[in-house]
Design a protein around this ligand. Sequence first.
Ligand SMILES: C[S@@+](CC[C@H](N)C(=O)[O-])C[C@H]1O[C@@H](n2cnc3c(N)ncnc32)[C@H](O)[C@@H]1O
Length: 246
Amino acid sequence: MRGGNAQGVLYGVGTGPGDPELMTVKALNAVEAAPVVAYFCKTPGRGNALTTVTPYLRPDHTLLPMAYPVTTELDHNTAAYRECIETFFDDSAEAVAAHVEAGRSVAVLSEGDPFFYGSFMHLFLRLRERLACEVIPGVPAMLAGASRLPRPITMRDDVLSVVPGTLPDAELHAALAVAQAAVVMKVGRNLARIQAALAAVGAADRAWYVERASQGGERVMPLADAPTGKAPYFSMILVPGPGKRV
Ligand SMILES: C[S@@+](CC[C@H](N)C(=O)[O-])C[C@H]1O[C@@H](n2cnc3c(N)ncnc32)[C@H](O)[C@@H]1O
């Protein structure tokens, strides 16, 4: 990482899980100080992170939307998807770099924490040698979700596993089979497969479903009462640990 005198700074700003009060003071200071606020979104759409910081935006902020060309339309394992998304991140990195190299710091908003499955990392990996970068950690959504449960997510010597629900069945099953406490991210269209895997490893009865943690429309329920079929993008499954004492 480096920075020239005339250049600005690229900030990766963790905006937390959705509630504007769960942004850190440091994240808020970065948004207030940066003349340019960049955010990922769908077309059309504002993106969750922009909604979170909206109370803190001023009319003189320049907004830089970065709209994904595809989300679920293409299979993520295809060459067509990879080419499309790599070009998108290349172009987004150049758009951000143009501001920073002209002396305008850019706050790239990242829902939750920037380095925890966040798209900001794709800009960071492209620009970290070229620009001064600072990553401002945020409250990860899984901890906002865990705060809603009647039992702590980890106790005593529990080991916590974080598992993407997008894993193929065999990997998903294997990861959950060895988990004590678990968080399953990226539920969406994978809900039924995750429910089946948790049932197969005997953890379904301990599992909770959390939708839109800390956002308007938040829903928290035992997994047994969760919707069937497809879940919204902002949903996760949490399995509190048994409170293992080694
Ligand atoms: C690409 S990951 C981003 C994670 C984010 N960087 C973080 O630190 O929490 C997106 C996934 O996080 C989970 N997620 C993010 N925000 C959420 C929220 N407010 N409520 C429930 N799940 C959420 C969902 O599983 C979603 O599919």
